[in-house]
Design a protein around this ligand. Structure first.
Ligand code: G1P
Length: 277
C-alpha cells in the first residue's frame, strides 16, 4: 500500500463532561487556548503535514465547529480594513486551503466507533487521526508530519507514544514492543487503559494515529472492550498481531487539554511563547 496520506479524521462527537458547564452548549473542541479553538490547532497541524482534506465526526450540539470553518460574511464586512483583520489571517488561510466534510456519530460508542463512523468520509485509503484535545506543539515539524515521514517508509499503521508516570497508565492505551530504531517500536501488545499493575509498559498512546484502511473492516468485527466501548486500541491490536503497527516516540510538547490541569498548562505555555517573542 503506497498511497499518500491526504485526509485527516477528527473524532469530535464526545460530550466533554470534564469541562461542564463550559461544554453544555459549546463543543469541547471549540474551547480556546488563548484565542484559538483546540480543533483549529489540530487542523493547522494536519495542514502543516501536507494534508488539506479534513473529515470531522461530529455529534449533536457541535454545529459551532462547522460554522468556525466557514465564511462569516457579516463579520468579514465588519472588520474589513480594520486592525482586527490580522486576527482572522490563520482561519482565512485554512478556509481557503482546506476542504471540510462532516458526518454525525448518532450514538457515543467509543473512539473506535467514532473512527468507523468516519469511513464514509475517508474511503479506502490510509489516513491520519487527530484527537484535538491532545494539543501538540513543535519548533520544527509537527507530530503528524513526523509520523507521515515514517509512514512513507514503512506503509503501516503508526501510533504516537509518550512515556507517562506508571500511575497514569489507566488514562491511556498502552503499548509494548521491540525497538527497531531509536524511538520507533514494532508493537507486539496494546491494552486500553490498564491498571498500573497490569500495564505492559508506561508507553502511552497519545491522540495521533496513521491508520491503514483495513482498520475499518477490523473495527466492524471489534467487540466492545474497556468501558463497554468499541476501542481503536483493540482494533489496532489485530493489526499489530500481523506486525503491522509501529509506535513512535514523537518529538515535541503535548498537553492533555481534555483535563483542566493540561488545559491550564497549555494556556500558560502558549501565552509565554507569545509574550517571549
Ligand atoms: C483515547 C484512546 C486512548 C488514548 C487517548 C489519547 O482515550 O482510547 O487509547 O491513549 O485517547 O488521548 P480518551 O482520552 O478518549 O479516553
Amino acid at each position: 500500500m503506497n498511497q499518500k496520506i491526504r485526509k485527516c479524521l477528527f473524532p469530535a462527537a464526545g460530550y466533554g463532561t470534564r469541562f461542564l458547564p463550559a461544554t453544555k452548549a459549546t463543543p469541547k473542541e471549540m474551547l480556546p487556548v488563548l484565542t484559538k479553538p483546540l480543533i483549529q490547532y489540530g487542523v493547522e497541524e494536519a495542514l502543516s503535514a501536507g494534508i488539506d482534506t479534513m473529515a470531522i465526526v461530529t455529534g449533536r450540539g457541535k454545529r459551532a465547529i462547522e460554522d468556525h470553518f466557514d465564511r462569516s460574511y457579516e463579520l468579514e464586512h465588519q472588520i474589513d480594513g480594520t486592525s482586527k483583520e490580522t486576527l482572522m489571517d490563520e482561519i482565512r488561510t485554512i478556509i481557503k486551503t482546506c476542504t471540510f466534510s462532516y458526518t454525525r456519530q448518532i450514538e457515543m460508542k467509543g473512539l473506535g466507533h467514532a473512527i468507523l463512523t468516519g469511513e464514509t468520509l475517508i474511503g479506502q485509503e490510509p489516513f491520519a487521526v487527530i484527537l484535538a484535545d491532545d494539543l501538540c506543539d513543535n519548533e520544527h515539524d509537527g507530530v503528524l508530519a513526523q509520523m507521515i515521514e515514517l509512514y512513507e517508509k514503512h506503509h503501516c499503521s503508526i501510533v504516537a507514544i509518550e512515556e507517562v508516570p506508571n500511575e497514569d497508565t489507566h488514562k491511556y492505551g498502552v503499548i509494548a514492543g521491540e525497538e527497531i530504531e531509536a524511538g520507533l517500536y514494532r508493537v507486539s501488545d496494546m491494552v486500553e487503559k490498564p491498571d498500573p499493575k497490569d500495564a505492559p509498559t508506561n508507553m502511552a498512546i497519545i491522540g495521533r494515529y496513521i491508520l491503514t484502511p483495513d482498520i475499518f473492516e477490523i473495527l466492524k468485527m471489534t467487540r466492545p472492550g474497556k468501558g463497554g466501548e468499541i476501542q481503536i486500541t483493540d482494533a489496532l491490536l489485530e493489526q499489530a498481531k500481523q506486525g503491522n503497527v509501529l509506535a513512535y516516540k514523537f518529538q515535541g510538547q503535548r498537553f492533555d487539554c481534555g483535563s483542566v490541569d493540561g488545559f491550564v498548562s497549555a494556556t500558560n505555555y502558549f501565552y509565554n511563547k507569545l509574550t517571549e517573542k
